[in-house]
Design a binder for this molecule. Structure first.
Ligand SMILES: Nc1ncnc2c1ncn2[C@@H]1O[C@H](COP(=O)(O)OP(=O)(O)OP(=O)(O)O)[C@@H](O)[C@H]1O
Ligand SMILES: [Mg+2]
Length: 240
C-alpha cells in the first residue's frame, strides 16, 4: 500500500512511520466491524477517513488508539505492538503520546477552559502553574487567550471545539485521534476550526487520524481512506 505524504512547508519533519495497522479485525459479538484494515501513518501526517454512518470508522479509531483490543492483526506505535502491551503500559502510552478530539468537544463544565486544556499535562503529573501556562499558550495560538478564565458554558460551539483541540495537543502528542471533531458545527465554523487544528498539529509534528463526513475537510489531509462496510479502502491522491 502506498501512502502519499506531502512535503511539510517550513517544517523539518522526517517521514518515519509512527503508527501502523496490519490486517486489523474487530468484531462486536459475531458481527465484523473492521475487516483486515491496513494503514500507515508517518510522523506529522494527516490521514482522513470518510465513510457512511455505521461503516466502522469510530471502531477503527478505537483499535488504532488501543481503546479496543483487536481480534486479529496488529496495531504498532513506534514499533511497539499495542496488543502485546499490558493495560498499565497502554494507559500510559495513551496518556503521554496520544491526544483525542471528540465530536462535541466533551469539556468538563465545572473547569475553566485553561483548566480543561491543561488536563493532559496535569494527568502527566505537571504542576498546576506550568500546566496552565502551557495551556494558555496553546489557547492563545487558537485565538482564545483572552477567554481562558471562562467556563465552557460561556463559549460558542466553535470556541468549545477549539478548547478541545488545545486539550488534545497541549502535551504535544505523537498522534491525535479526531472523531468528527467539528461534527457539531456549521460548515464555515467547522472549516475554520479544522484549519486551525491541522495547522497547529503540523507545527508540532503531530500526526492526525481524522474521521470526517466532509469531503472538503478530507481534501486538506495528506492521505485519504474510505470505510465501506468495515473495509478500509485507501484513496489515490495526487500531489499538489
Ligand atoms: N459496542 C457495540 N456493540 C455492537 N455493535 C456496535 C458497537 N459499536 C458499534 N457497533 C456497530 O458497528 C458498526 C460500526 O459502528 P461505528 O460506530 O464504528 O460506525 P461509524 O462509521 O463510526 O458510524 P458514524 O459515522 O455514525 O459515527 C455499526 O453497525 C454499529 O451499529
Ligand atoms: Mg462514528
Amino acid at each position: 500500500m502506498v501512502v502519499w505524504a506531502r512535503a511539510f512547508q517550513g517544517n523539518n519533519i522526517n517521514t518515519s512511520e509512527v503508527l501502523s495497522a496490519e490486517g486489523v479485525e474487530l468484531f462486536y459479538g459475531e458481527t465484523p466491524a473492521v475487516r483486515h484494515a491496513e494503514l500507515l501513518l508517518r510522523r506529522g501526517e494527516v490521514a482522513a477517513i470518510t465513510g457512511q454512518s455505521g461503516s466502522g470508522k469510530s471502531s477503527l479509531l478505537y483499535c488504532l488508539a488501543g481503546v479496543l483490543p483487536v481480534a486479529d492483526g496488529e496495531v504498532r506505535f513506534e514499533g511497539r505492538v499495542l496488543g502485546r502491551m499490558d493495560d498499565e503500559d497502554l494507559c500510559t502510552l495513551r496518556r503521554e503520546r496520544f491526544g483525542f478530539v471528540f465530536q462535541y468537544g466533551e469539556l468538563l463544565p465545572e473547569l475553566t477552559i485553561e483548566e480543561n486544556a491543561a488536563l493532559p499535562l496535569r494527568l502527566l503529573g505537571q504542576r498546576k502553574g506550568p500546566a496552565l501556562a502551557a495551556a494558555g499558550e496553546v489557547l492563545g495560538r487558537l485565538g482564545l487567550g483572552k477567554l481562558r478564565r471562562r467556563r465552557p458554558s460561556q463559549l460558542s460551539g466553535g470556541q468549545c471545539q477549539r478548547v478541545a483541540v488545545a486539550r488534545a495537543l497541549v502535551h504535544q502528542p505523537a498522534v491525535v485521534f479526531a472523531d468528527e471533531p467539528t461534527g457539531s458545527l456549521d460548515t464555515a465554523n467547522a472549516a475554520a476550526v479544522l484549519k486551525e487544528f491541522l495547522t497547529l498539529a503540523r507545527s508540532m509534528g503531530t500526526a492526525v487520524v481524522l474521521v470526517t463526513h466532509d469531503d472538503q475537510v478530507a481534501a486538506r489531509a495528506d492521505s485519504l481512506y474510505t470505510m465501506r462496510d468495515g473495509v478500509l479502502v485507501p484513496q489515490a491522491r495526487e500531489a499538489t
